[in-house]
Structure formats: structure tokens, C-alpha cells
Design a protein around this ligand. Structure first.
Ligand code: AZC
Length: 833
């Protein structure tokens, strides 16, 4: 083990030392070595990318030693292991995070300075792996960080998409998508494992036969076989020696398949097979896409699930032994229904490949899986047509039918004569074209089900999965989401981290976020408040510089409140409610230019699914309103609007530290949890929010007096919907609301074009499915209160300090501990740093 020595000027001597030493001298030596031996460059001709790669390899070397050791310990102790199955991992840049988790961020920076390197520029050079859409994918990444930090043996399984979430550029106010080519310059963080590869089959038919022992067996004769190859990325915990594994699968043509075609002289056919195979891990599907449900997506899901389960079985047979104990070695968490086919796949592998009986296979399967639900939105609930399944996964369809037959028998026995209930609970939706309900498969095949915030978990029990809850209430849980304070405070807001450490007198808070409570005692200290404000203003200045460059908007960090809404564009998240408020302020200012209001910068960021027309129109609207306001000298001293292009993890890290106000304004009952809400609040933003998702718990923690609440409750929303919601009445009943909507319709923001935004305004007036109009008045009143408080800095700063001080609950370390104790029954395996 390399000593975590304190800085020494002694030159790095031995080979081992340069590879693993943590001193400034070793880091410098290692950096130069890597630049030379891996990049083949000397300083004078190195490109910025070469400089980054050398840094990445220098850091990676220091993780590998810990990685190998973790693997050895986990193997010899036969540690119980969590497998997190997720179609998405929104990882964000690795370099800065790994420096922090290794505990060498400062010494590396000094080493860099002595080598005359621009440390910031090197960090900026990294292209982030955007292998996720939004909250669900980022949650998986936070959980990987926390699993390692709380020292739980874990493997994250997923897909190594060649193209992640598209890059967003804004042209003429519209979103334009560009393909994300994150692998273009190579990925220094992954290690390809060509020897770890599994066949994945599609199509064909099944054959039922009797084996030598006369047992009934099934053989699947596919018409396509591809292979999945492992690409491994080490995930190091903060301040510990534990390194877990993120194993992402890349699809390739199987060699034998390839050659077979080649041998009969069909060269082009062989090449075609190769292309078809590789298509499977080519591109991440943007969610919220109304046209989702594509065949390729089901192929992707099955692809990574099959590789992962085969890998788990291989690991188990290599280390522990008999398959009867598989569920003692592994617990597998299904991140939403995307990997739910795993239930049928484990059954298939156990029965068809390993001759396990149905009853034993089922007992093992149900003891292995747990399922996390992330949404109640009906359009986001996955179903697949039976016809598609029959074509692509015929054996799995048989298994699902059998699971369903046995399950529905249980339901019938339990609820005599209640055939309606049977139909509701069936894995097959028989209404209008038969479809497989993946959520039902996930529930029936799991031993635990959880939602991602208290309200959401309640709603699961009372609405989406009510029948299942009634049948087995003990299997339903809540685990409120969390985010990692390493990335979202230490890496993205170093000034704040430093100030907190100074005030608390320790940096233990980084892995014990509850200890931020120690800040409470200082919340009224004017000296701390002044420094708190300085830190915020400095972050706002950084963001302003960036937005000037990349959005062409000039914001004043000194005088303006930074009011930020950053998240995927979606009607339920109600970015248009925010816009209506901006238009109201604009109109007020036009009527009375001497209003003397608190200056505000309204900042947005977020991508819209390429096929989601209304969300794209909302982006256009924001930019159109920005154009008018930012160019109107009557108002632009008071308000400005900016749309940050290409909101991703890297750009998010610029936003969270700079926010005074965090917009969390979804219609109550629709946002399962939200995690951006936590990131903002951890960085000292105050929240304006509805009683939705984790907002409720954030408010509980920070105190109602430190949270700006508005709007209907989920219960009120439900009642209003039952009564028959009529947005038209709100439109006509509120002069200001009407005039704000009419202003959009008038063409003021569209160079006189009265058609452009009509789909949006008409939809609001006539349908308004997310009740923007019903919450409009309450939102405006709340925003006025916010301006009043912002005008009293001591009060605002106090609230801001208390928000940070009370965010301990929202560390993903807490979430992971809850999963470990209540759902996974798994113990930490501590390894020293
Ligand atoms: C999101 C939820 O919308 C969000 O409220 C939650 O915080 C997050 O998951 C993590 O639990 N859901 C998704 O991102 N869903 C998909 C399919 O991407």
C-alpha cells in the first residue's frame, strides 16, 4: 500500500512510487511520464487534450491499486454485493471528482502549478459521459458514489452508449440537437475487458423437450446472436479505499456468427450483421419522447440485462458456488422498469441453462430483485406489445405468461370472484391490443418496491400499485432520494466548501452531511453572513461570465437576484408558469418604469425530448421573451432572461452554486422526487416550490419559515380534477393572467407572428393538464414575498445558511444506508484509504 504521505520534496524514485505515490513530487513525475509514454508527447507540442489525458491517467493509476485490492477483499470475504441495474448513468466529468475522492485535489493543483499547467483548463477539457437523460440517470451516478463511500460492495450495470444524450444548441431561439460524440477522443477512465463477454440472443422460436433425466426442458433457438463486451470504470469512494465497479456493455457482432456468414461467401451479409449488432448500444433514447416504444429500445434493455445476469451467474459460480445461494450473494436493484425483463431472464437462465426447477428458480428470482419506481405519469409507464415480445423474446413471453398464470391464480384465491381486480393486476393489459405491463412484472418479480420520496411512495400505494399494496403491504417502502455532496458541493462549489470547513473546524461534513447542523449556531453572525454572500456573489460572477460567452446575455451578479430553473423541459415541471411570472413583472415595469423592484436574472436550463413539440415550443418562448426583455432599455436594468444552452452535469455544476432562488414548481403529485431541488438548496439557494416530491421533505427539514411555499396540494389537485377543472374560468377570472397570456398570443414575442405560440396559449386556456392557471395567482403572490425578503440581506442570508445547515438528510449516503439496511440487508465492507 502506498503511504498516503504528506507532501515531500523528495524526488519520486521507484517505479511503484511514480505510479501510485500521492506526494506532489510523485504526481509531477507521474504526470510527465504519462504525457510521454501514453500520449507520446512532450510539453511543447502537447494539445490541451493531451494535457488532460495525462492528468486522467495519473489519477486513474492511483485508483487502480485500490480497485484491485477491493476486488480481492470482496472476493475472499464472499461479500454480499448489490447490483444496480440501470439503463442510464449520467456520470458527469470524472477527473475533478476522483481528485476529491482520492483526497489529492489540493496537492494535485499545486503540482500542476509547478508544472506551469492551467489546472482549470485541463478540467474543462473533459467531455462528460452523458449516458442518461435526467434525474433517474443522475441518481444512479450519485448512488454509485455513495455506495463506494459507505463501503458497500456494488456493481453498477448498464449500457456503454456510443452516443449519449444529445448536445443542445440554441439557434434562433429553438433547440437544435447535435449528436454527442463523447468517445471521439477516447475515454481514459474505462478499461475494456474483451474476455468478459456474453452472447445475447434475439428472435427465433422455442423447443420443448425432455432431458436425459426425463425432465421437461426448453431450448430457445434464436435467429440472431450478438455479444456484449464489458467496459469497466472504477468508482472510488470518498476518503476510503473502497473502489466499486461500473460495468457497461458494448454490443458487438459475435465472431462465430460473423465467420459463418463469411464462409458461405456472403461478405456484405457479414458486415451487415456486424452493423446491426453494434446498433444496439449505439444511442441513448431521450425519454419523454411521445414516439418511444421502439423495438430497438427493448433490444437495448434486454441486451444489458442479459449480459449483466449472465455475468452475475458467472461470478457466483466462480466464487461462492451453488445457484441455490445466488440471492444470498446478490441483490439486484431495478432502476425503474427499464431492466424489468431481468425477472424473466434470470428465470430463463436458471431453468433452461442450469436445469433449476420452476419453483426453485422463482424463489431465487423473487429473493434477488427489488424495484424502484420513479414516476406516476401514465405516459411514462412502460408497456410492450405482446406481438413485439413474441417476435424478439419468444422464450421470455412464455415465462411471463407462466408467471402471470400462477400469480393470477393467487389473486383469484385471495379475492374470490373479483375478476375486475384480476384484470387490473394482470401482467398483460388486455384492453386495446395486448401489452405487457413492465411495472407489474417488476413488482411481481421483486421482494421490495420503493418510491423515491415520501409523497410519491404514498401515491404508489394509493393509486398506481394500490391492488399490489393491498395484497402485500409489507413489500412497499420509501427511500427518499439524495445527491452526493462530493460532486455537488465540494467539486462544484469549492469556495462554499472551504467556508463551511472553516466555520465547522473540520471537513467531516463531506461524508457526514448531518454535521452541517453545526452551521446553525452561526446563522445570525453578520461576519459569516457577509462572507456567505461573498461566496455566492463570486459564484454568480463566474456564471455571468460563462453566460455572457455562451448565451450572449449580460447579467449583473452584484445587484441581481439569480432565479434559476434548470431541469428537463416538461409541461408538468411548468417552466411556462415561470415565464408567466416574468411577463407579469415585465408588464408591471412597462406600466411603471420607476417601480423600484429588486433586479432579477431569470435563468433557465434544460433539454426537451426531440419529439416533444410542446417542450420545444417552451424553449422557444423563453428565448423569445428573453430577446424582447433583454433589448428593452426601459426594463433591462431590472430584469434579464437567459437560457443556458446544453444543460448537463458539467453545466449544472456552474448553476447550482450561483442560484439565489431555486424554482421547484411542478404540479403537486407529478414530480416523483426531484433531485435538482436538493442540489440548489445544498448550495444555499432558497426554494420557491409546491408541495411536491421531495420539496415537502426539504421544507420539513429546513423549516417552513425558510422555504417559499405556494400552490395546491396533491389532494387539492385531485379534487379539482374530479370536479372538472376549467382553465377557461381562471383565464377570464383574472385580468392580469389574461393579459399575460394575451401578450404571448399578440405576437409581441414573435415579431408579430400570432400563430407561433398559439398551440401553447390555446392549450393553456382550454386544457391546461398541469393546472398552470390554477396556481398562477398563488405563485405571483409568493414571488412578491420573495422579492421583499431578498431586499433584507441579513434575513435572506440567515435563511440561506439554515438551508445548507439542514440539508444533511439529502445526502445520497443517507439514501444508500437506508437501502442497505431496510431493503438489501447488506453490511459495509470497510477498506482503508
Ligand atoms: C425522475 C423523476 O421525474 C424525478 O422526480 C426523480 O427525482 C428522479 O427520477 C430520480 O428518482 N424520473 C426520470 O428521470 N425518469 C426517467 C424515465 O428518466
Amino acid at each position: 500500500e502506498a503511504p498516503a504521505e504528506t507532501e515531500t520534496e523528495a524526488p519520486a524514485t521507484s517505479h511503484e512510487h511514480t505510479r501510485t505515490g500521492m506526494s506532489k513530487a510523485s504526481l509531477k513525475q507521474a504526470y510527465i511520464d504519462n504525457l510521454f509514454y501514453i500520449q507520446g508527447r512532450f510539453r511543447e507540442v502537447a494539445t490541451p487534450h493531451d494535457l488532460y489525458m495525462a492528468a486522467a491517467f495519473t489519477v486513474r493509476d492511483r485508483m487502480l491499486e485500490r480497485w484491485v485490492k477491493s476486488a480481492q477483499v470482496y472476493k475472499s470475504s464472499r461479500a454480499r454485493t448489490v447490483c444496480y441495474l440501470s439503463a442510464e448513468y449520467l456520470l458527469g466529468p470524472h477527473l475533478a471528482n476522483n481528485l476529491v475522492n482520492l483526497g489529492i485535489a489540493e496537492v494535485a493543483q499545486r503540482a500542476g502549478e509547478e508544472l506551469d499547467l492551467d489546472f482549470k483548463a485541463i478540467l474543462e477539457e473533459e467531455e462528460e459521459p452523458g449516458l442518461g437523460n435526467g434525474g433517474l440517470g443522475r441518481l444512479a451516478a450519485c448512488y454509485m458514489d455513495s455506495l463506494a463511500t459507505v463501503q458497500i460492495p456494488a456493481i453498477g450495470y448498464g449500457i456503454r452508449y456510443e452516443f449519449g444524450i444529445f448536445d443542445q444548441i440554441i439557434e434562433d431561439g429553438w433547440q437544435v440537437e447535435r449528436s454527442d460524440t463523447w468517445l471521439r477522443n477516447g475515454n481514459p477512465w474505462e478499461i475494456p475487458r474483451p474476455k468478459i463477454s456474453f452472447p445475447v440472443m434475439y428472435g427465433g422460436h422455442t423447443e420443448h423437450y425432455r432431458d436425459q433425466a426425463e425432465r421437461p426442458r426448453v431450448r430457445w433457438i434464436p435467429d440472431m446472436v450478438i455479444s456484449g463486451v464489458a467496459y469497466d470504470t472504477p468508482v472510488l469512494g470518498y476518503g476510503v479505499g473502497n473502489v466499486n465497479l461500473l460495468r457497461l456493455w458494448k454490443a458487438e457482432a459475435t465472431e462465430s456468427f460473423d465467420f459463418q456468414t463469411f464462409n458461405v461467401g456472403d461478405y456484405y451479409g457479414a458486415v451487415h450483421a456486424k452493423i446491426e449488432a453494434e446498433t444496439i448500444s449505439k444511442v441513448l433514447y431521450p425519454n419523454d419522447d411521445p414516439e418511444a416504444g421502439k423495438e430497438l429500445r427493448l433490444k437495448q434493455q434486454y441486451f444489458f440485462v442479459s449480459c449483466s445476469i449472465q455475468d452475475m451467474i458467472r461470478l457466483h459460480l466462480n466464487t461462492v458456488g451453488p445457484l441455490e445461494t445466488f440471492h444470498e450473494k446478490f441483490v439486484a436493484q431495478l432502476n425503474d422498469t427499464h431492466p424489468a425483463i431481468a425477472v424473466a431472464e434470470l428465470m430463463r437462465l436458471l431453468m433452461d441453462d442450469h436445469a433449476v426447477t420452476w419453483d426453485d428458480a422463482w424463489a431465487t428470482t423473487r429473493a434477488t430483485f427489488c424495484y424502484t419506481n420513479h414516476t406516476l405519469l401514465p405516459e411514462a409507464l412502460e408497456t410492450w406489445s405482446v406481438a413485439l415480445f413474441e417476435r424478439l423474446l419468444p422464450r421470455h413471453l412464455e415465462i411471463i405468461y407462466e408467471i402471470n398464470r400462477r400469480f393470477l391464480d393467487e389473486v383469484r384465491v385471495r379475492y374470490l370472484g373479483d375478476e375486475e381486480r384480476v384484470a387490473r393486476m394482470s401482467l398483460i393489459d388486455e384492453a386495446g391490443g395486448r401489452r405487457i405491463r413492465m411495472a407489474h412484472l417488476a413488482v411481481v418479480g421483486s421482494r421490495a418496491v420503493n418510491g423515491v420520496a415520501a409523497l410519491h411512495s404514498e401515491l404508489i400505494k394509493t393509486t398506481l400499485l394500490k391492488d399490489f399494496y393491498e395484497m402485500a403491504p409489507e413489500r412497499f417502502h420509501n427511500v427518499t432520494n439524495g445527491v452526493t455532496p462530493r460532486r455537488f458541493i465540494v467539486v462544484s462549489n469549492p469556495r462554499l466548501a472551504e467556508l463551511i470547513t472553516e466555520v465547522c473546524g473540520h471537513d467531516r461534513w463531506i461524508r457526514d452531511l448531518d454535521s452541517l447542523r453545526e452551521l446553525e449556531a452561526h446563522a445570525d453572525d453578520p461576519k459569516l453572513q457577509a462572507r456567505w454572500r461573498e461566496v455566492k456573489t463570486a459564484a454568480k460572477r463566474d456564471l455571468a461570465v460563462w453566460l455572457k460567452r455562451h448565451a450572449g446575455v449580460l447579467l449583473d451578479p452584484q445587484t441581481m437576484m439569480f432565479d434559476i430553473q434548470a431541469k428537463r423541459l416538461h409541461e408538468y415541471k411548468r417552466q411556462h408558469l415561470n415565464v408567466l411570472h416574468i411577463i407579469r413583472v415585465y408588464q408591471r415595469l412597462k406600466q411603471n418604469p420607476n417601480l423600484g423592484m429588486v433586479p432579477r436574472a431569470f435563468i433557465f436550463g434544460g433539454k426537451a425530448a426531440p419529439g416533444y413539440y410542446m417542450a420545444k415550443l417552451m424553449i422557444k418562448l423563453i428565448n423569445a421573451v428573453a430577446e424582447v426583455i433583454n433589448n428593452d432599455p426601459q426594463v433591462n436594468g431590472y430584469i434579464r432572461v437567459a437560457f443556458m444552452p446544453d444543460f448537463n452535469v458539467k453545466n449544472g455544476q456552474r448553476l447550482y452554486p450561483a442560484a439565489d432562488l431555486s424554482e421547484q414548481i411542478s404540479l403537486a403529485g407529478k414530480e416523483a422526487s426531484g433531485t435538482g431541488n436538493m442540489k440548489f438548496s445544498m448550495n444555499g439557494a432558497l426554494t420557491v416550490g409546491t408541495l411536491d416530491g421531495a420539496n415537502i421533505e426539504i421544507r420539513e427539514e429546513v423549516g417552513a419559515e425558510n422555504f417559499f411555499l405556494f400552490g395546491m396540494t396533491a389532494e387539492e389537485v385531485r379534487r379539482k380534477q374530479d370536479e372538472g377543472y376549467r382553465p377557461w374560468d381562471y383565464y377570464h377570472g383574472d385580468q392580469e393572467l389574461k393579459s399575460d397570456i394575451d401578450l404571448i398570443a399578440s405576437g409581441l414575442f414573435s415579431h408579430g407572428d400570432t400563430n407561433l405560440f398559439r398551440p401553447l396559449t390555446e392549450h393553456l386556456i382550454h386544457q391546461d393538464p398541469f393546472m398552470v392557471l390554477a396556481d398562477y395567482r398563488a405563485y405571483l403572490e409568493c414571488q412578491d414575498r420573495i422579492s421583499t425578503v431578498y431586499d433584507r440581506p441579513a434575513e435572506w442570508d440567515r435563511m440561506s445558511i439554515l438551508n445548507v445547515a439542514r440539508m444533511g438528510k439529502f445526502s445520497s449516503d443517507r439514501s444508500i444506508r437506508e437501502y442497505a439496511e431496510r431493503i438489501w440487508s447488506i453490511e459495509p465492507q470497510p477498506l482503508g484509504a
